[in-house]
Design a protein around this ligand. Structure first.
Ligand SMILES: *Cc1c(COP(=O)(O)O)cnc(C)c1O
Length: 868
């Protein structure tokens, strides 16, 4: 590569238009149609030509046009009004500002600032720093936090080439292109010291070198997003490449990226607070394991300030939230242990602490774990006192997946909760839909949409479908030109797809579990559906395979070859380069959004939520969010062949179920029209979808949940440690004692009375538990009665726990605990007794992973006869 030095000359705006700079640099424009219209008004053709990019538009305008606009009093006033509206948006009180610590309905602690770390952020196509769902979710999180007034600071990396742009070869093989971004052309600015020099963050590397980075700042409404960039002159060429590509490079590069994100990210935040005076974050949210090293950097800070490792760990854990996003093992970052050891044997490690402690955080120290591996998700769980999955089902799957870290506890007690993902409605609801709602006097949102008359709603769907058809034709034409076809051969493209045919959308990344090609399982059946004389369907497909995923690329090729067939090419298309811009037309334009992952590997999925907000109906495997919110009438569930272990057979069964649904339920409903041509039964389902899913799938609901269920409690835990961190010291000391003395804790013997051989509803079980506490005291423990129904496998289900009360302490560390349990239900029930560390001092009963259960050889403690 030639060493070309690029310079970008930023447009100098006439004074009267200077607010346009502000409006272009704050990414709020990307979810604010009025601001977009303002830019479009400057030069509608140029606006299209630059792909709706305000900064590029301003850069492309000749000075004469700017002078002309500056003379246009009405335009200048419009610009000033827009800038004032933005300032009001950024400074006004919103939901978060209504929270008052301790008020009813408000949390006990309202965090002053929350840091949100993510390896990718998908905010707008103009800042292409995402690969798929994880990044888009992070973007939607920041946007909704901004709308709600939540004081979040995003932390990520700035990749020079972002993720790749996808095209196809003549043969339908995925081609990757990495257009290089010039930060000076992006809506970001350098974070600078008071004297104007760029803030620099550096990390020591093992061989005495260093990894340097500068920090860019994007403004997402009210929310700043800091992005570290290693492409600086102070770096050696290899280090300059660290932030070259999103998920690019080998293992070593990935580790360096994650070190820069986690460790460098904390350092960037400290610099940000120093130069702007912003409050230091009280809560650190690790969005997926990739950012997990942030916890190690915080431990290092605490140890440097005089805390021990254990104390620093408590202080860090209290304020850390970890979100896991995948049950797919390949989706979890695992590094060779020796590589992490190399990096943390020097100055990156907390001073005076051996590297073994660092390595222990990522150790797979459970059955089946690999001793040679450092697991980022496992570290995330150890460093975050609070953790969650991203749907109810995924929470449960994650508890099962990581249960080995809490031996002795049931899956339900594994301290991983769930908050179901959501999507940012102002980004994802099509403008045409909002305008229709408004025209008919409704609110400009999904709710207004749900109140439209049948014919108005049906008409909106037709408009959105038509827009998709138009967009798809343009993309197919462009794709064929790239594949080497000439214009003269492409006349047929003008009539592909039909704005009146039932349209099915399928677009997402292409890992194998998402099963891009399930629909091709029986090509004859698919063809029959596509070409049905009265009730045809048409399918629009898109998705990128990871550059290293040959299997995924083969799926794409199989699909593309199918779509190339002249017999069906007017009814099924593959659109290359799935991205935010395409999604904003494809999702609203699809009547049916198809999702057929291998259950339960889709942690949540979000694209179906975007479809729903536009009145699209989901046709999906009961996985992720759909498992939770499918209600029998807001779409269709594709039956799964759970438990069928032969993958071929399972695919065949599920594909067949998919075709059946399309043939017997979906198409008949769509083509069933009333006298006026409206598919009233379809519209009924659309309306029900909007009403039932509208309020749930919103990212604003998700962010509120994060604030109230995770961020506020994490801030409270942090504050409880005291500003001098004496609480962290006390907690670490106590945990040390409890761990040290736990070998002496056991349930000796349990006595019960009150139920006899034939207990009846209303009987009261009286329990006496005799326990040994060894060197510990009753203040260190909680003794619990665990009770529930007994299922066919002799396992407790519907488990509940009730603390027993200390009745008497004896010599030698023994004690008697007592309690009663009124029996309220018929059926087989069982109970047992266990001792835990004092749960009131912990965020979850399983936090320490310590429990002494009554042993099964103690007959009184396990099981009881059926109740009558
Ligand atoms: C929403 C979205 C995704 C995520 O889709 P899933 O349903 O979670 O697989 C990926 N890419 C783009 C461009 C999106 O808009």
């Amino acid at each position: 590569m030639r060493a070309i030095r690029r310079f970008t000359v930023r447009t100098v705006l006439p004074e009267a238009l200077s607010p346009l700079g502000e409006l272009a640099l704050n990414l709020r424009w990307c979810w604010h149609p009025d601001t977009q219209d303002l830019f479009r008004a400057i030069d509608p053709d140029q606006w299209e030509a630059v792909g709706h990019d305000p900064l590029a538009l301003l850069g492309a305008l000749p000075p004469a046009r700017l002078e002309e606009l500056a003379e246009d009093r009405r335009f200048v006033r419009r610009v000033a009004d827009a800038a004032e509206e933005l300032r009001d948006y950024v400074t006004g009180a919103r939901w978060y500002q209504s929270l008052r610590e301790g008020d009813p309905g408000s949390p006990g602690a309202v965090p002053r600032s929350i840091a949100y770390f993510s390896p990718e952020f998908g905010i707008t196509g103009v800042l292409p720093q995402y690969s798929g769902g994880l990044g888009i979710l992070a973007g939607d999180h920041l946007k909704s936090a901004s709308d709600l007034g939540v004081p979040i600071v995003g932390v990520g990396l700035l990749y020079r080439a972002g993720y790749f742009r996808q095209s196809l070869s003549r043969e339908g093989w995925q081609q990757e292109h990495y257009p290089v971004l010039d930060p000076n052309d992006l809506p970001i600015s350098l974070l600078r010291e008071a004297d104007g020099t760029p803030v620099e963050v550096s990390l020591p590397l093992p061989d005495g070198r260093a990894l340097h980075a500068r920090v860019w700042r994007a403004q997402v409404g009210r929310v700043p997003l800091l992005m570290l960039d290693s492409d600086v002159e102070a770096n050696e060429p290899a280090e300059r490449e660290v932030t070259g590509r999103l998920y690019g490079g080998g293992t070593e590069t990935r580790l360096l990226q994650e070190l820069l994100l986690g460790v460098g990210g904390v350092r960037a935040l400290r610099a940000y607070s120093r130069v702007t005076g912003a409050p230091e974050p009280e809560v650190f949210h690790t969005n997926e394991g990739h950012a997990g090293f942030l916890g190690l950097e915080r431990i290092r800070e605490y140890v440097a300030a005089g805390l021990s490792w254990d104390e620093a760990l408590e202080a860090t854990r209290a304020g850390t939230v970890f979100t896991t996003h995948t049950p797919v093992p390949a989706g979890i970052d695992r590094f060779p242990r020796h590589l992490v050891e190399q990096h943390f044997s020097g100055e990156l490690a907390p001073p005076g602490v051996g590297v073994e402690k660092v390595l222990s955080l990522g150790a797979e120290s459970y059955e089946g774990g690999d001793p040679g591996v450092f697991n980022m998700a496992v570290m995330g769980l150890r460093l975050g006192q609070r953790a969650n999955g991203v749907s109810l089902l995924h929470g449960d799957v994650s508890r099962g997946m990581f249960q080995g870290l809490w031996p002795g506890f049931d899956q339900d007690e594994v301290p991983i909760t769930s908050i179901t993902n959501g999507v940012h409605a102002p980004t994802w609801v099509a403008r045409e839909a909002l305008q229709a709602a408004e025209r008919e006097g409704g609110a400009r949102d999904w709710e207004g949409l749900s109140r439209l008359s049948d014919s108005a709603l049906w008409n909106v769907r037709r408009v959105l479908r038509g827009k998709l058809v138009e967009d798809a034709r343009a993309r197919v034409r462009a794709s064929w030109l790239e594949r080497g076809a000439s214009e003269a051969e492409l006349g047929w493209v003008d009539s592909i797809l039909d704005p009146d045919v039932l349209t099915i959308g399928f677009a997402r990344r292409v890992p194998s579990y998402k099963r891009l090609t399930l629909m091709l399982r029986d090509p004859a059946r698919l063809k029959a559906l596509l070409l049905h004389p009265e009730r045809p369907i048409q399918i629009v497909v898109a998705g990128k395979a990871h550059p290293a995923d040959e299997g995924g690329k083969r799926f794409i090729q199989d699909l593309v070859r199918f779509t190339d067939d002249p017999e069906v090419r007017h009814r099924i298309v593959f659109l290359p380069n799935y991205d935010i811009a395409m999604a904003q037309t494809l999702l609203p334009g699809s009547d049916v959004w198809l999702n057929n992952p291998l259950r339960p590997l889709e942690a949540s999925g979000t694209s179906g939520m975007k479809a729903a907000l536009n009145g699209g109906l989901n046709l999906s495997i009961l996985d992720g969010w759909w498992d939770e919110w499918y209600d029998g009438e807001n779409g269709w569930s594709i039956p799964t062949a759970d438990g069928v272990t032969d993958p071929e057979h399972r695919d065949a069964l599920e594909a067949s179920a998919l075709y059946d649904l399309l043939e017997n339920q979906v198409t008949p409903r769509f083509y069933d029209r009333d006298g006026a041509g409206v598919a009233t039964r379809w519209v009924e389902m659309v309306r029900h979808t909007l009403q039932s899913l509208g309020p749930k799938v919103l990212a604003s609901r998700m962010v509120r949940d994060y604030v109230l269920q995770l961020y506020a409690p994490a801030a409270a835990s942090t504050r409880a440690l005291g500003s001098d961190l004496s609480g962290a010291k006390a907690l670490a000391a106590w945990k040390g004692e409890v761990r040290g003395g736990w070998h002496g804790v056991r349930v000796d013997h349990v006595e019960t009375e009150g139920i006899g051989d034939a207990p009846e509803v209303g009987s009261v079980l009286q329990v006496k538990a005799f326990v040994s506490l060894g060197a510990l005291t009753p203040a260190d423990v909680e003794v619990q009665l665990v009770h529930g129904r007994v299922d066919a496998d002799d396992q407790l289900t519907d488990v509940a726990v009730a603390p027993l009360v200390l009745a008497e302490s004896y010599e030698g560390g023994r004690a008697r605990y007592e309690g009663t349990l009124p029996l309220a239900r018929t059926g087989a029930f069982g109970y047992t007794v266990r001792v835990l560390p004092a749960v009131a001092r912990l965020a979850s009963p399983a936090e320490l992973g310590l429990v002494a259960n009554a042993v099964a050889s103690e007959p009184a403690a396990v099981g009881a006869p059926p109740l009558r």
